[in-house]
Design a protein around this ligand. Structure first.
Ligand SMILES: *[C@@H]1O[C@H](CO)[C@@H](O)[C@H](O)[C@H]1NC(C)=O
Ligand SMILES: *[C@@H]1O[C@H](CO)[C@@H](O)[C@H](O)[C@H]1NC(C)=O
Ligand SMILES: *[C@@H]1O[C@H](CO)[C@@H](O)[C@H](O)[C@H]1NC(C)=O
Length: 273
């Protein structure tokens, strides 16, 4: 305790500010397997006299991922930088952030980040008598592998809207809208299925034809909130008509005021109830 106080006073006498991270630059959103690298830079300053004397005694730069207690990267000036744990083999260890011996290998240069590298990155810089750290999050997102929005008719006077996306990361949201005024469709059933490293999501809604215009355009919106990513797909629906552009529904005849029109349509198609 006494020695700590002494050390502290000594540092004050020298007018030292100690080691300090000025800025931690981490890209907040990166696309999975995009073929481009992500640079996570830990920009710190040392005491002027330490820089001048080229004595970086005890200086260690470490990077941590999420809550893991062991580092994923370590560099001690004068030695080779090391990639560890989840970053093993994924870094360009030759990348230099500066030409200065005390800072050149401070950054992580991740060659082609994939979704498992989504998370919190902490840079910890320490010397014998001081340390500083900063943490930032990087999201590596994967857009959908497929997005299908279809209509089917479980009955002659209603429509089943089904929108399905596969292979999305991180967790997506889905909503259905009615155009042209983009009115949100209420009470949509949304189910999210978590796979190993991605999500599937499906939204369904059964709607009566009664309050729909002919034709009606529906839109399905898939979003990845953490990545500010969104994509929309539309379908055109013709209320009352069986043969939707892509109709796989199980059609039945109803005693409904549409019945006569329906019957003539069926006759026209060479079918009968
Ligand atoms: C991310 O990219 C990797 C490498 O191509 C691939 O194996 C993985 O399936 C992708 N993840 C998702 C969720 O698409
Ligand atoms: C709507 O269609 C989907 C996919 O075709 C199906 O899984 C679901 O059970 C249907 N829902 C109703 C209420 O018919
Ligand atoms: C309807 O969609 C399915 C898959 O969603 C496809 O296999 C089929 O060819 C489509 N039919 C028509 C008539 O477009």
């Amino acid at each position: 305790m006494v020695s700590e106080v002494l050390l502290f006073s000594y540092a004050l006498l020298l007018g030292a500010v100690g080691i300090q991270i000025k800025d931690l630059r981490v890209p907040s959103v990166v696309r999975n397997n995009s073929g481009s690298a992500a640079l996570l830079d830990c920009d710190y300053t040392l005491k002027p006299e330490e820089l001048a004397a080229h004595s970086y005694a005890g200086l260690v730069v470490k990077w941590y991922f999420n809550s893991s207690p062991s580092p994923v990267y370590q560099w001690i000036p004068g030695q080779k930088p090391q990639d560890l744990g989840i970053l093993k083999g994924k870094l360009d260890l030759k990348h230099r952030s500066s030409d200065h011996g005390a800072t050149m290998y401070r950054a992580l240069y991740i060659r082609n980040p994939t979704t498992e590298l989504s998370g919190e990155y902490k840079c910890l810089v320490s010397t014998f008598d001081d340390e500083d750290f900063m943490t930032k999050k990087m999201v590596v997102f994967a857009p959908e592998k497929s997005l299908e929005f279809t209509t089917s008719k479980p009955a002659i006077d209603s429509v089943n809207l089904t929108c399905r996306a596969r292979g999305v990361y991180p967790e997506p949201k889905m909503a259905l809208f009615k155009d042209p005024d983009r009115m949100i469709v209420d009470d949509v059933q949304v189910e999210t299925l978590s796979r190993q490293r991605s999500y599937d999501i499906v939204a369904t809604k059964l709607m009566p034809d009664d309050d729909l215009d002919t034709p009606t355009v529906f839109a399905c919106e898939l979003r990845i909130p953490e990545a500010s990513y969104e994509v929309t797909k539309s379908v055109v629906y013709y209320p009352g008509m069986f043969n939707q552009p892509n109709d796989s529904g199980d059609l039945r005849c109803h005693s409904h005021f549409w019945a006569s029109l329906v019957t003539s349509l069926l006759i026209a198609y060479g079918c009968c109830c």
